[in-house]
Design a protein around this ligand. Structure first.
Ligand SMILES: NC(=O)c1ccc[n+]([C@@H]2O[C@H](COP(=O)([O-])OP(=O)(O)OC[C@H]3O[C@@H](n4cnc5c(N)ncnc54)[C@H](O)[C@@H]3O)[C@@H](O)[C@H]2O)c1
Length: 308
């Protein structure tokens, strides 16, 4: 049985990752976060861990001695613009603390999600390549881009098997997202499920790459079990399922909930969304570790409604 440590386990991704690990891997799981234990982590080992603290991070590694680590603790794009220094310390100092602890305690594999936020406005909007020279314009993107470089550095300097996927906006039903720019998609579907109207904070014609959480988590587990010799990218691989605008999502929702109403009042997140690509080049992920997906947009919306 392997030992798996998860940071930021109470978030949108953590809730889903715990489930897929529990159902597919024979593992002892240690969940950690700065917020209280949730119903998703009930009956599991749970420790308070603020990843900004090197001492606390090492203490948890010393106590648990994980084989694999999933480092999900992060401050996302919209929250990061409200408190850039917090985003800097959690996303960079926190990540360096985890990387160092993984080296010190001989962790076999580390997974850290990256994001489409690493691209800046001058990156190609369509099929944005894995390697790019664009400069992100949010603190979230800056810290995540630096994180990707650190992954390659720790892989080369310390032989740490650190792996990363650039997730697009993730759509899920279990834990509502609270801090990202792509969250409108989940919010819109949730409002439609409740029978209430929705005011979207992005303009109706703003395209962004997205993915259903089931596909994101299955891909993550597949990626983590792929042959390390076949991995040619040690910064982060691109993954995504589909591109849609708020209007296209609204039209898909109408197929299931006729009468649902949306209006549009773009706020500061519009500028963030406009700095990101519409689609990513996923060919290397397909080639190196067999990335594939099961859910198109209509199937995603249908599945969301069946759970909400
Ligand atoms: N959700 C998405 O759409 C999306 C898209 C792209 C990338 N990602 C990446 O996936 C990862 C997880 O994101 P998420 O959506 O679950 O975010 P989230 O905000 O839902 O969860 C993050 C968790 O980190 C915890 N946290 C915050 N500060 C911490 C600290 N100092 N120490 C320890 N824990 C702390 C929070 O309490 C929270 O439970 C992040 O790296 C994020 O960049 C998410």
């Amino acid at each position: 049985m392997i030992k798996i440590l998860i940071t930021g386990s109470n978030g949108q991704v953590g809730a889903e990752l715990i489930r897929i690990i529990k159902s597919s891997i024979d593992a002892e799981i240690m969940c950690t976060d700065i917020t209280q234990k949730t119903k998703e982590t009930e009956g599991m080992e749970f420790e308070y861990l603020d990843v900004k603290s090197k001492e606390l991070t090492e203490k948890i590694f010393e106590k648990f001695h994980p084989d694999h680590v999933y480092h999900l603790a992060s401050i996302l794009s919209a929250s990061g613009e409200k408190d850039p220094y917090l985003a800097y310390t959690v996303n960079l100092t926190g990540t360096v603390n985890i990387l160092n602890a993984c080296v010190k305690y001989n962790v076999e594999k580390l997974f850290v999600p990256s994001t489409i936020g690493v691209y800046g406005p001058e990156a190609p909007k369509e099929d944005a390549p894995v390697r790019h020279s664009s400069i992100p314009t949010t603190m979230y993107g800056i810290t995540k881009a630096a994180g990707e470089m650190l992954f390659q550095y720790y892989y080369e300097k310390y032989n740490l098997d650190v792996r990363s996927l650039r997730y697009p906006g993730l759509i899920s039903y279990r834990v509502p997202p609270t801090a990202g720019t792509t969250d409108y998609a989940v919010d819109m579907i949730r409002h439609a499920a409740k029978g209430s109207s929705y005011t979207c904070y992005l303009g109706e014609d703003t395209p962004l790459p997205m993915m259903y959480m089931q596909d994101a988590m299955e891909s993550t587990i597949k990626f983590m079990h792929s042959d390390p010799d076949k991995l040619s990218v040690r910064t982060a691989y691109n993954v995504m399922s589909y591109t849609f605008t708020p209007k296209q999502l609204y039209e898909t929702i109408l197929k299931f909930k006729p009468g649902f109403r949306v209006d549009y009042k773009p706020d500061f997140r519009q500028q963030i969304a406009e700095s990101w690509p519409h689609s990513l080049d996923i060919s290397q992920s397909r080639h190196d570790w067999g990335f594939n997906i099961r859910y198109d947009l209509e199937k995603t919306v249908e599945d969301m409604f069946s759970h909400l």
